[in-house]
Design a protein around this ligand. Sequence first.
Ligand SMILES: C[S@@+](CC[C@H](N)C(=O)[O-])C[C@H]1O[C@@H](n2cnc3c(N)ncnc32)[C@H](O)[C@@H]1O
Length: 749
Amino acid sequence: MGKRGRGKGRHNNSRKTQDDRTDLLEKIDMQNERLFAYYKAQNIVPEEEWDQFVDTLRQHLPTTFRVAGSRQTAQTLNSTIKDVHVPSLSNVVFEGQKIPPPVQIPWYPDGLAWHFNVPKKVLRKSPEFKKFHSFLVFETEVGNVSRQEAVSMLPPLFLEVEPHHRVMDMCAAPGSKTAQILEALHAQDTITSTSIPSGLLIANDSDNKRTHLLIHQSARLPSPALMVTNLDASNYPSIKIPGTSRNGTSRMETLQFDRILCDVPCSGDGTIRKNMGIWKSWLPMDGNGLHALQVRILQRAMNILKDNGRIVYSTCSLNPVENEAVIAEALLANPAFELVDVSDKLPELIRRPGLHTWRATGDRTVATTFATYEEFMASSLDDIVKSKMTEGHWPPKDAEKLNLDRCLRIYPHLQDTGGFFVAVLQKSAKPASASTNQTLERKRDAESLNDNDNNGPESKRLRLSELPSEDTPTPVDPVTSEVTKSSEASQAAPIAETTAQKTQPEKKVKDKSSGNGGFKENPYTFVSPDDPTLRSCIERLHINDDFPSSNVLVRNPEGDAARSLYLANDIVKTIIKHNDYERLRLTAAGTKVFAKQEAGKGTEAQFRVLGEGLPVVLPFVDPASIITGDVASLKTLVQTYYPLCSAFEEPFRSIVEARPTGSHIVRFPLGTHGEISLSHDILLPIWKSNVSLTLMIDKKAKSALSLRVFGADITTVGKEGQADASQKPVDEVVPMDQDIADDIKNYCK
Ligand SMILES: C[S@@+](CC[C@H](N)C(=O)[O-])C[C@H]1O[C@@H](n2cnc3c(N)ncnc32)[C@H](O)[C@@H]1O
């Protein structure tokens, strides 16, 4: 749950929030002469479209959502929306007006994303929309639906992630794009079981609190391939993994990524339709001030990308200083990279090309904008203002050669969305060509201009040469597999930083984490495959020998299986084994599969399989050990907390009575059972005590299951709170990257 609307009176509060929001929309003066003057000067839209562009900025943004989860799960839920909900919403008339049903976003693959624009009071009062709304609320809470601004769904689509890819999401929180990337890594999952992809996703954010939001979000799609780190992306340390040199000797190498997402912190003016405060606060300095960090993050991504790998750079800002200027500066410094022409991808997406010319300014009134840095420096503006700008804020001399038109600009009036910018960059494996040599010359020109003392203080210039480099692989001791001390010292910036971090961990950590305090997480430690607790889980649940028991970890330095057991895939295991977790500020790794269940007095505690862990474990479980259930038993388990075994009908009753106490798995097979029909098998973990059973999934998952199977929330909590939940606006259910004003206020500026 987000920070809003907890506890008593939540329902009234959330309604109040909605009303306040509508009032705000009406009251706020959606006028900002600086913003208009700035964007008119950029020529971002043709003169004849300007009024339509501004009118759209002033309109409320429609609700958009994406059906999440693996391919199979998503398709099944999408069919429910298409075949059950949309027909029931197609003839709704409210206060004499026909209300349009949700429609699919035309460019989103497989029709899995939806758009609807319905006044709040319709959601509250129309029985059909109320039901649909409840469905969205519950499915969002369990992660089958992701409420996400349409344009924010774009970057992961252009990233084209495959299950074997090593992927880095550099600025990941709160995690809506991380979830999309995870789904792509897990494309091979089935509706009941999770694959163990060979790939990797490192989701990173420099804000410690927000990494926890990220962990919460990604718990909706548990993955053994996920790691979460809490570092400054512009200075991300190199990750070491063992490799082999050309002559066959083993050595440590730097991990390089196939795909990197740089969804960088930005001024966020593309979100003005949701974040109305931007109307009042917008200044050109918002973007100017972020430019250098944005370049440094992109540069770092370029350094850790594999040959032929791909980077997607994106912002929810329309400002060329945060967009084309960043791309141009990074391309000039990295001739091996080029912008990818993606004009044939997502053909239904209406986009405009990136700009080759723009006019930056340091003048807060935006009375003047400047075509070039030289023009700006020759102006009568104050020296302090001048010192805050760099040449990189302006277009380079022959910007056309960089193909900046291959960038994508998404304007709100084109398809009723937020404003957005995306650039797709590819690293070629070829040496620099004649044209890239020219680029190098331009870079040298640019650097020599930077060296001119009249061009502002040295500290304000981006020193590209200071960025960490990945060139030197680190030899490894063939016996111990450890990095030798001397080679460690020879690594440029990342290692220097590590050494500093080791000697003064607290201080350094504080400096780097934007005031979030020291790093207090516990390390992950692998347990022995022969660990008695692990062996007991494996035996009791009839898990076969293919289960990767050497990839099971715990979260304490001693390696004690005290509370929870996690499962990681091979690459996550390798990274954990060969890198200092404090240096990586490793916040999460792998997925939790088993947890300790305290038993009653005098009974020994056992471990149980978790709801979120079951899909990962299931492919290894002996099918004969799985109990077959019936819909009546499922209903009893959903309705009651601890139903007695004797409350169930035969044959389920005798089967469970014959089972030992502890963790078991029940399969409810697909098919029609009286009035209830299951479109696929449902597998759930249960706990059997001496006389009763418990369904071991959390209450939100139970409510969503109930709503899906029985058409209503028949859980105890649901019966008490359904009215409350169904009234809760869907946009208050989960934080959305473009939806929380705080996100923009606190983190994107
Ligand atoms: C636009 S938001 C990212 C939204 C996210 N990709 C999503 O789709 O949910 C930018 C994020 O960058 C993070 N951030 C800011 N500076 C950073 C840095 N130097 N390194 C890494 N992350 C940073 C912020 O904490 C914020 O969460």
